[in-house]
Design a binder for this molecule. Structure first.
Ligand SMILES: C[S@@+](CC[C@H](N)C(=O)[O-])C[C@H]1O[C@@H](n2cnc3c(N)ncnc32)[C@H](O)[C@@H]1O
Length: 380
């Protein structure tokens, strides 16, 4: 098994001391155990126990995700699995918060290639701050003022543990996939200005800056401590990014300012009012000939109610309130409603998919499902 020390070093990474690393190793191993060893057992109890019990009550086996949930909810193994899954999530945060807190106030880099512009007037939308998404204590918006990188440091380590390292040492697999996809799909596209919305700590922003070295790359987020960490991290990795605190629904940038507006795993965390506003803002910001590319989880597969049932657990038990709705949306229609004429959907496949979608390790469909790219063109 990959050890936790495998996360790539950079300034601001809260690895802590020996005991912190031991706790992180344990959290990493527990998460692996839950997703790789115990999750498959849920299917076994469904096939050999829970579905039969449902059939005895209803005269037929469960079919829809809701019926599967009804069949499974009282099953003792499934309940054990859910508890272990929740406990493993809380163990991750318990392991990474103390070393992040001990970072205290972090000095912002001098002589930076990129920049950081925070704006305390930005009012984050309610859906970002109303609950702690992924049960991360304090959520994305926790901020103790100057030099506080805490929420970013916690997120950076937490993602690595949650994804069992499958996002790579820099947690950048989705960004890398997105850049590779766009270069293959539009080989002559040479954006001069790129905007990464909901950039968090810049996991997907840096691949854009590296993939298009001639471009000026801006990452926006509403979380100040996330952005401070993003800035420290990017500078220490030698990548120039302009980080700006802004709401993706109303960024404040001029019309037609960017050639590429992108995001990575942000849209599924936005509300039914926020998502259309973000797509409309993407359209407003694009120069003629510009491209929008939002990469996120795929639609639920109507032919696979079992997978949908499992994946809906993110909404039920991991504080992802919009996940289920997002994954049932007609994104093409959403993009058209935002003013895009040409819209495409494409699947980006990756090993990270199995883990990120809560699929059992041996689910052959999971890899094929991939991430979903929403690509749209601001015609000249
Ligand atoms: C799951 S994280 C993804 C972060 C990063 N894109 C990545 O790939 O790791 C979602 C991010 O979107 C940000 N976010 C959500 N809604 C936003 C909005 N309306 N404006 C700016 N940022 C937003 C959150 O603060 C959070 O950092």
């Amino acid at each position: 098994m990959k050890r936790i020390a495998a996360q790539d070093a950079h300034a601001g990474l809260a690895m802590g001391g020996h005991d912190d690393r031991a706790r992180a190793d344990f959290a990493f191993a527990l998460r692996n155990r839950v997703t790789s060893a115990w999750m498959p057992g849920t299917r076994t109890v469904f096939d050999h126990r829970a579905a039969d019990a449902f059939a005895a009550r209803h005269g037929r086996r469960p079919q829809s995700p809701a019926e599967i949930r009804e069949a499974m909810d009282s099953d003792p193994w499934y309940r054990f699995y859910l508890s272990a899954r929740r406990a493993s999530q809380e163990t991750i945060w318990a392991a990474v918060i103390p070393p992040a807190e001990r970072l205290g106030r972090v000095a912002m880099p001098e002589g930076a290639k990129g920049s950081l512009r925070l704006d305390p007037r930005v009012r984050p939308p309610a859906y970002v701050g109303a609950i702690d998404i992924h049960c991360m204590p304090g959520g994305y918006l926790a901020d103790r003022g100057d030099g506080d990188t805490g929420a970013g440091a916690v997120y950076d380590r937490g993602v690595y543990l949650y994804m069992s390292g499958l996002m790579g040492g820099l947690n950048d697999a989705v960004g890398q996939l997105a850049v590779r996809f766009l270069k293959a799909r539009l080989p002559d596209f040479a954006p001069a200005r790129i905007l990464d919305m909901g950039c968090g700590v810049g996991h997907a922003t840096l691949p854009w800056a590296e993939g298009y070295p001639e471009a000026e790359v801006t990452g926006i987020d509403v979380g100040a401590a996330l952005l401070r960490h993003a800035h420290v991290r990017a500078e220490s990795l030698g990548v120039a990014v302009q980080f700006v605190q802004a709401d993706a629904e109303a960024t404040g940038f001029p019309d037609r300012h960017f050639d590429l507006v992108t995001s990575s795993i942000m849209l599924h965390e936005t509300s039914s009012r926020g998502l259309p506003a973000i797509l409309a803002e993407s359209r407003r910001l694009l120069a003629p000939g510009g491209v929008m590319l939002h990469v996120d989880q795929p639609r639920f597969d109507d032919d696979d109610p079992w997978a949908t049932f499992l994946q809906e657990n993110e909404t039920h038990y991991n504080n992802e309130p919009f996940w289920r709705r997002y994954r049932s949306l007609d994104l093409e229609a959403e993009a058209r409603a935002a003013g895009f004429g040409r819209v495409e959907l494409a699947t980006l496949s990756a090993d990270v998919v199995r883990q990120s979608q809560n699929n059992a390790a041996d689910d052959p469909k999971a890899r094929a499902r991939g991430f979903l790219a929403l690509l749209a063109f601001a015609d000249a």
